[in-house]
Design a protein around this ligand. Structure first.
Ligand code: ATP
Ligand code: MG
Length: 261
């Protein structure tokens, strides 16, 4: 079982699109997947076909200790995975947890109860390095960082890497960078190509070969409450996220095959 946080404090870089579609792709490939929505915007929840306004329990009540993880779990029929949904009141969690015990480890503790039921747990983090993202990074084995190949992409990255370094020292020694993912890629843009080349140079082995293209079908699917595989399986976007899931699984299999001494 592996817990992957999908994080980047920069907004609108494709975190949620990646979380939802990677979850569905891994499920399609036979993996048991749980997607956790840690963003008060609840886009991953809606995009999984769960109505955020009709929830009795959510990651908000879970983090506050007002619901158990079993009570909070939902199933995304369109995605083929389980979901811990978010609701708007999650925005208040930060303030309400400020003086609470073990406020950074609440998600980790909750997930430990159901971890045996899954092969992958994906965490969709909000666009901020706040307490919600911190809960995600403390619970995670590794971080996947989606980024758009544009001018300021690398600047934000150093803040994230510094945060990860601090978390590794204090709260979660095992955390590592799983990989960097190029999203919304437009091959006709010279700037995108230049930034992409820089990423290849700096992050070689940490950069996924798979590149997610800009594809309008990916942007349309959430309004139908569906991951792209259940909306337009033959689209370039669907094929790209399937390829990402396959690349990730191949990497993990290769790591597990290394004999331990
Ligand atoms: P936030 O920081 O607000 O949580 P995010 O990083 O989760 O944003 P998304 O919500 O996944 O980013 O994507 C931002 C917008 O871009 C959305 O409208 C989404 O539908 C669209 N989008 C994401 N990826 C693609 C893509 N590959 N092609 C076209 N549109 C995309
Ligand atoms: Mg998002």
């Amino acid at each position: 079982m592996k817990v992957l946080a999908i994080a980047n404090q920069k907004g609108g870089v494709g975190k949620t699109t990646t979380a939802v579609n990677l979850a569905a792709s891994l499920a399609h490939l036979g993996k048991r997947v749980l997607l956790v929505d840690l963003d008060p915007q609840a886009n991953a929840t809606m995009g999984s076909g769960i109505d955020k306004s009709k929830l009795k329990h959510s990651t908000y009540s879970l983090l506050l200790g007002d619901s158990s993880i079993e009570q909070t779990l939902k199933t995304s029929e369109s995605g083929g995975y389980d979901l811990l949904p978010a609701s708007r009141d999650l925005a208040g969690a930060e303030v309400e947890l400020v003086d609470a015990d073990s406020r950074e480890t609440r998600l980790k503790t909750a997930l430990a109860r159901v971890a045996v039921n899954y092969d992958y747990i994906l965490l969709d983090c909000p666009p901020a390095l706040n307490l919600l993202t911190l809960n995600g990074l403390v619970a995670a084995d590794a971080v996947m960082i989606p980024m758009q190949c544009e001018y300021f992409a690398l600047e934000g990255l150093s803040d994230l890497v510094n945060t990860l370094r601090r978390i590794k020292q204090n709260l979660n020694k095992k955390i590592e960078i799983e990989g960097l993912l190029r999203t919304m890629f437009d091959p006709r843009s010279t700037l995108a190509q230049q930034v992409s080349e820089q990423l290849v140079k700096h992050f070689t082995s940490k950069l996924y070969h798979t590149v997610i293209p800009r594809n309008v079908r990916l942007a349309e699917a959430p309004s139908y409450g569906r991951p792209i595989l259940a909306y337009d399986k033959s689209s370039k976007g669907a094929q790209a996220y399937l390829q990402l899931a396959e690349e990730m699984l191949a990497r993990h299999d290769a790591l597990e095959a290394v004999p331990t001494v």
